[in-house]
Design a protein around this ligand. Structure first.
Ligand code: CAA
Length: 285
């Protein structure tokens, strides 16, 4: 199935969706990027072009590909434009209901052979698949932020995902230069199952006055060789996203150790969502 992949659809043009679309065009695929908000598509197009230029200027992408890649990107607000896509990667809001509705629509619009993939960071692939008539072609394809730079794609098999769908999805991620890890479909998969409790614990460390935010981050950054401290990373991911993943872990795994830290909840209530809002744990304004 993978050899024939020529056209990719990406639904949702935020940080993740635009990064995934960029990987597609840089690999020579024709990519349809879909978003209901035309302004978001304009922002995505600009950020994709500027990121591609960075790769060209560092010699990591040829000048010819740097010119060709942006031309392969087509932006639309009409889902029906995905009718020719071989694979669709969904990267919309982390809401199970909204995603299920989208999967049900994609199931009707896309060609019968198309793979429907979700970039969800923690929602059950099996439940998303249940909204379609092709659960064997539904899979999790979880990129890390920022997708153009991070080397990992977590591929998640739902209860009915076929071997063929898994192989084709893995091969596509490898074509993008990524290393693939495979997770079964349980809350948080691999990365967020481990990363989010660490971030949550960093919030508890701050909340209970153990140390300052600067010292917590410096401690983890320099003490465990992480590129960002956990609080800065939380701001980078989005505190709302971190909170929603903690809730999925708490509900899905049923253990009080996953209860979100009250300080994380309070920041989200206050609209301190992290870098994207200019303020989270740290102030970026
Ligand atoms: N496209 C192209 N180049 C980019 C880029 C992009 N989108 N973003 C940054 N760069 C380039 C920068 O221009 C810079 O280039 P130079 O060195 O030539 O100046 C280089 O990459 C490094 O960037 P920065 O100097 O801005 O910052 P940095 O050295 O800290 O690297 C980072 C940035 C790669 C994001 C690094 O900080 C990092 O790895 N942070 C951790 C990220 C992480 O853990 N992500 C996973 C989050 S978890 C997740 O995503 C799962 C989930 O479901 C929540």
């Amino acid at each position: 199935m993978e050899e024939k992949m020529k056209v990719m659809g990406v639904v949702g043009s935020g940080q993740m969706g635009s990064g995934i679309a960029q990987l597609g065009v840089m690999d020579g695929l024709d990519v349809w990027l879909v978003d209901t908000d035309p302004d978001a598509l304009v922002r995505a197009t600009k950020s994709i072009s500027s990121s591609i230029q960075k790769f060209v200027s560092k010699g990591q992408l040829s000048q010819a590909m740097g010119t060709d890649a942006p031309r392969r990107l087509r932006c639309t607000s009409n889902l029906k434009d995905l009718h020719s896509a071989d694979i669709i990667v969904e990267a919309i809001v982390e809401s199970e209901d909204v995603k299920k509705k989208l999967f049900s629509e994609l199931d009707k619009i896309t060609k019968a052979s198309a793979i429907l993939a979700s970039n969800t960071s923690s929602i059950s692939i099996t439940r998303l698949a249940s909204a379609t008539s092709r659960p064997c072609q539904v899979i999790g394809m979880h990129f890390m932020n920022p997708p153009p730079l991070m080397k990992l794609v977590e591929v998640i098999r739902g209860a009915d995902t076929s071997d063929e769908t898994f192989r084709a999805t893995k091969a596509l991620a490898e074509r993008f230069g990524k290393t693939v890890v495979c997770s079964q479909d349980y809350a948080g998969f691999i990365v967020n199952r481990i990363l989010m409790p660490m971030i949550n614990e960093a919030f508890f460390t701050l909340y209970t006055g153990v140390a300052t935010k600067e010292d917590i981050d410096a401690g983890m950054k320099l003490g465990t060789n992480q590129p960002m401290g956990p609080l800065q990373l939380a701001d980078f991911i989005g505190l709302d996203v971190c909170l929603s993943i903690m809730k999925v872990l708490h509900t899905g795994l049923g253990d009080s150790k996953y209860a979100p830290c009250p300080l994380l909840v309070q920041y989200v209530d206050a609209g301190r969502l992290g870098k994207k809002r200019g303020i989270g744990v740290f102030d970026y304004r």
